[in-house]
Unconditional design. Sequence first.
Length: 569
Amino acid sequence: MSVRRPLSRRSRVRFTLTAILLALTAVSAAFIFTAAVHPGVARADSTELSIMMDDQPLLYTSNAAALSALERMKGLGVNVVRVSMVWALVAPDPTSNRTPAAFANANAMSDPGSYPYGAWARYDYLDEAAHSLGMTLYFDLTGPAPNWAVAHDPNPSYGHPWSYEPNISDFQKFAEAVGTRYSGNYTTTTTSCKSQTISFGGIVIPIGPVTCTQAANPIPIPAVNWWSIWNEPDEVGWLTPQTRTYNGQRVNTSASYYRRMADAAYSGLLATGHIDGTILLGELTSAPNSVTRPLPFMRDLYCVGGNYQPLTGSAATALGCPASGNRATFVTSNPVLFAATGLAYHPYSFIEPNRVIPGKPWATDLANLNNLTSTLSDVLGAYNEPTGMPIYMTEFAYVTKPPDPYGNTTLSEQATWLNQAEYLTYLMPRVKSMAQFLLYDLPPLYQYPKGSVRYWYPFQSGLMYLNGKTKPAYYAYRLPIWIPSQHTGQSVYVWGQVRPAAFDGPQAAELQFKRSDTSTWQYLSTVVTTNSQGFLTTHAALPYRGQVRLKWTDLTSGDTFYSRDVTIN
């Protein structure tokens, strides 16, 4: 491995106190500024982090393309980059049904040095690049699993062979190997070989035996301090089987199996020094094609019934729970369920705006998120444990038409609904992050007829098309804006975020207005935000119909950016 050196990075320019005072004195007399949250809404959390995930340009392209994607994410204001730590990508002989010879020694599977040469290269590079850019890298330990680490699936059409009952012991050792390599203390070795030589006619010819020496790279691989355990275990494509028949009853075996997987990975991470890291549980999805809905999955995961009391007897046994229902035993045996940093969740609604949909009271998307938070509190409370475990949104997106001709979300709706989602989660103090799934649209499945449903099966939810052209959502994501009541008034509430300025100290954004009978944008006010994520809230006098937007200038580059336009009626 080559010696690490920091990536180029422009110096940060911060506002001085004088600049802030000048900005504040420039506020228009017609504009009322307040840092308070809109009256009547929930207490907000201005520390909510921005997560983005896009494995395609980060894991399956060149280092140069991966760096370009990271830098673009950084420019958009992303704090945390979620990456799938795919078991089969680093494991030896992943297509074999036999445990590889490299793991003949019982301890080898836990040693990152026992994995194939170059197996970790893509992850090492991402770790170093993200670290140099000041971004947090977040590894999700997930499948596909190698063939030798899964059970035989008697019904392959039900799911994917690589998701069928991953070996619990092997998964723990995989977590230990990853945890060791990215502990912040792991150094790699370089090998140099030489032999005696003679020169003949200007040509150097080796003679004698070749001798090789190994030397430790003096710079440890940067630590990774964010983790989660398996992607969407409540979805049939990621963990199989979801259900089984037990004494004539269908039971949710995916929850009981995931409980064992989560405890194994948690033990592996703690054993390798990540006790103070962020370790997330779940990565559950609200997607409508999930076999197991998130709320029943949560109850079964925690071994409680519909009355939120610990299960006993055969109902408990069917889910791998203590038949006695003993609370202390369950807490001690399943520490990750109670000690995890938070619950990771994917609140997809796909083709709907973020509102409560009639006929879907069971939904667990953003509009009904209280269903999830109350369930999480109730299952924790069933064991007399603290009930305020945080929620981390780690995937969220809308699939757009174009490019997907079968999509139901327009480009304008994508931009608008993403901003609305940001605003809604901002109002939820228990939610600690919001996420965007994909920077770029995924490539179609070229093996199917062009234009067919299967051809367009992959997510077209990026902020950019596959060819690199930006969608309106790209700019809406960079500078979100939301006005809950889009009507004229003397004190209209405006919420926004200067996302790229996160952690850069106080920032000033300009609120602008364009009357419906003109084409000229007018200055309304300068709004200063001082919180770490660049959130801002304010009120403005808007007595006329028209449009409102935010304008922000990056003091480092001098570039000026705009939010989307919000219509005021």
